[in-house]
Design a protein around this ligand. Structure first.
Ligand SMILES: C[S@@+](CC[C@H](N)C(=O)[O-])C[C@H]1O[C@@H](n2cnc3c(N)ncnc32)[C@H](O)[C@@H]1O
Length: 279
């Protein structure tokens, strides 16, 4: 994009423009600051020229925040709307990007998890959003059922819609509510695998992930943010933190795999750990 902008902005102006943006369906989301806001239309028009399928450009004016993990968006160019249809590995995700969380950047992670799911497994996705991890798993594995919980009523509505779009009735079971309450009331000891794709709450909710697992044990996919200086290893730090917690809960476990999902800021990383629980 910066190559295209070279003719329109000065070299100094260019240095302040974020070079990365997300494309969700036919909507592009750019990041602007007070300093770059005045250039947002030029940037938006350039994106629409480069990506002919983009019909709407929105500017993100706040970080992702709150329980529902939402961000403030402003319409910059094209059609004034926030709902779109995103395609990924043959699945369709209908999503309102203003009222629900969705990241197209997690596609590798979604498929990585789906590939691990065994025949007739029962799974709970504790923080399912519009059902992105759940739909990919339903369509690309031999899973029996994925209980898919989200506390945001709008995300729940889109998840129901996505169940119909992807024809995964009975496989993806949308549940609206707080994951802790849902597991305590409806899902103790019923699943083989737990997904925790909410780094802000995964640590706090670990006891409920354990509660959901069958007495024979199973897998937990645990997401967290980790701060690590140059010589530190963020995966190792996350492993130590989780190991200490699981030991205090008297659980038998192994953490055979961990990876950095993405860098989220200077020295900050989003990490995932695949944890085997044996009780
Ligand atoms: C980071 S998003 C991930 C959504 C989805 N897994 C994805 O990757 O597209 C986390 C989701 O957890 C939901 N959430 C937050 N707190 C929750 C809770 N206590 N119980 C259930 N869902 C919750 C939010 O509404 C949000 O949709």
């Amino acid at each position: 994009m910066k190559k295209h902008l070279r003719n329109l902005l000065s070299p100094e102006e260019l240095t302040y423009i974020y070079n990365s943006y997300d494309i969700i369906g036919d909507v592009a989301i750019i990041r602007v600051t007070e300093m770059t806001r005045k250039h947002s239309r030029i940037v938006a028009k350039t994106i629409m020229e480069v990506h002919k399928n983009v019909k709407t450009v929105l500017a993100q004016t706040s970080p992702v925040s709150g329980d529902f993990r939402l961000r403030k968006l402003e319409s910059v160019a094209g059609e004034d709307r926030t709902t779109t249809m995103h395609k990924e590995f043959g699945c369709l995700f209908c999503v309102d990007v203003e009222k629900c969380y969705f990241s197209p950047r997690l596609l590798y992670e979604r498929m990585r998890i789906a590939k691990q799911v065994g025949n007739r497994e029962v799974v709970v996705n504790m923080f399912a959003g519009v059902g992105s991890f759940s739909m990919i798993m339903a369509r690309h594995s031999e899973v029996e059922k994925i209980y898919s919980i989200d506390v945001n009523p709008v995300a729940f509505h889109f998840m129901q819609k996505n169940v119909r779009l992807n024809r995964v009735f009975g496989k993806v079971v949308p549940i609206q509510g707080d994951a802790r309450e849902v597991i305590e009331k409806k899902l103790p000891h019923v699943v083989d695998r737990v997904l925790m794709p909410l780094p802000e709450k995964a640590f706090e909710y670990l006891p409920y992930a354990l509660l959901a697992l069958k007495k024979a044990g199973g897998w937990i996919h645990y997401y967290d943010f980790e701060y690590a200086k140059k010589k530190e290893n963020p995966i190792q730090k996350a492993k130590l933190k989780v190991a200490e917690k699981l030991e205090s809960l008297g659980v038998v476990f192994k953490i055979p795999f961990g990876r950095v999902v993405r860098t989220t800021g200077p020295n900050w990383y989003q990490v995932v750990l695949d944890i085997r629980i044996n009780f």
